[in-house]
Design a protein. Structure first.
Length: 400
């Protein structure tokens, strides 16, 4: 039976959910790796592994969703809750451009005191100063949150954000696209599985490209992981709008849920199954941010063709205890030591060129930056322009 499944994969035939589950449960890890690597090489015959230089900026940690797997969020009115000012974000963009970056990955909490106009004004400010800089921003649950706040349908929210400067949508907030799991993780309220898929469908119809993700290792079964992948494959068949898939393990430290992190072997097996099953996805990223550089490097033998982002800044995973850092030099060394050529790309996976640090001097980055320095509780001046919904938000506006 396993030999028949392996031949099917090697022949380029589509694998059913039942077959994927059988492979995941019973195939030896080395076989999964070989099959995934074969699929990867079929899609990417040139020995090239890509990466992107961007910055992951979390514009606010205030969130009403209260997902029990998240160590990053703060409740409305919390003393250490923050909203970044436009000037702070623009300064982060300048620092990103200085090291060769071309994109901002902008995600944050579901803050009830930030109306859609705040996002529009921010996007316009970025584009006015840096018209070629890309905004990869606002995961599907954030789009839904804005839609609920404004009572504007999701397609209209996307249309307004695109008009203001939105370039693409990241795949955050997917967790596992099964409502039983989402209810246990307390994230069903922010977006059901159908709602997450629907945002991506509307984004693709609007001409945006997006990524897709999966966070595993909480309460889901292995069959539900395959169900998650099936939802993604079905939508990709329908729209073709996903550029890449990224999976990572739940980071339990400091979270309400707690528990244990899945092993590196489980990560590699999950990645390999994704490469085999998601036959209509061109690109799979290695999640070195949660797995570390060496498992990230090993991912290149288990289906990944991309090392993801240099990042520069990260706050969410760090809050849950993971603090891996690799600058461009280390990422390139990991790629080349695995036998590939390293190339910079953009969000659309178009090759931009060779490593920046080989073209000009770039300062080494030995630690990821954070949203703000510890103890910084400053409130941006421009917040007073936007009406607040929460009691603490209204009080803060009056005090300014």
């Amino acid at each position: 039976m396993m030999d028949d499944l392996a031949r099917k994969v090697l022949n380029g035939e589509r694998v059913t959910p039942a077959e994927a589950l059988d492979l995941y449960r019973h195939a030896p890890t080395h076989l999964l790796g070989r099959l995934a690597d074969t699929v990867r090489a079929r899609k990417h015959p040139e020995p090239i592994v890509t990466y992107i230089i961007d910055r992951n900026v979390n514009y606010t940690n205030v969130c009403v969703a209260r997902c029990n797997f998240c160590a990053f969020y703060r409740e409305v009115g919390a003393p250490d809750g923050y909203v970044l000012g436009f000037d702070e974000i623009l300064r982060k963009i300048e620092e990103t451009i200085a090291v060769g970056g071309n994109q901002l990955l902008l995600q944050g909490g579901h803050n009830p005191d930030l109306p859609i106009e705040w996002y529009e004004d921010l996007f316009r400010s970025v584009k006015a100063r840096y018209p070629e800089f890309k905004l990869h921003a606002l995961s599907p649950p954030e789009v839904i949150h804005i839609s609920r706040l404004t009572q504007i349908p999701v397609p209209a929210v996307i249309e307004r954000l695109v008009a203001a400067g939105l370039d693409s949508i990241p795949g955050g907030g997917a967790e596992i696209l099964v409502d039983r799991v989402r209810q246990l993780l307390h994230c069903y309220g922010k977006a059901s599985a159908d709602e997450w898929i629907d945002v991506m469908r509307h984004a693709h119809r609007a001409g945006l490209r997006t990524t897709a993700t999966m966070m595993y290792g909480t309460v889901e079964t292995d069959a539900e992981r395959i169900e998650h992948l099936m939802r993604l494959r079905d939508l990709q068949d329908e729209t073709g709008g996903f550029t890449a898939f990224i999976t990572w393990s739940f980071q339990p430290e400091h979270t309400e849920r707690g528990g244990y992190e899945a092993t590196g072997v489980e990560y590699l097996r999950t990645l390999a199954i994704a490469r085999i099953f998601l036959d209509n996805f061109e690109n799979l990223q290695a999640s070195w941010v949660t797995q570390g550089g060496k498992v990230g490097q090993l991912s290149l033998a288990f289906g990944a063709n991309d090392m993801g982002s240099v990042m520069i800044e990260e706050n969410v995973v760090r809050a849950a205890g993971a603090s891996y850092c690799m600058d461009e030099v280390e990422i390139v060394e990991n790629i080349e030591d695995a036998g590939f050529a390293a190339k910079r790309r953009n969000m659309h996976y178009e090759i931009l060129g060779d490593p920046i640090y080989r073209e000009r001097e770039v300062p080494r980055m030995l630690e990821l930056a954070t949203a703000r320095a510890d103890g910084d509780t400053s409130v941006p001046d421009e917040l007073v322009k936007y009406p607040a919904r929460s009691r603490s938000g209204k009080k803060l506006r009056l005090a300014q």
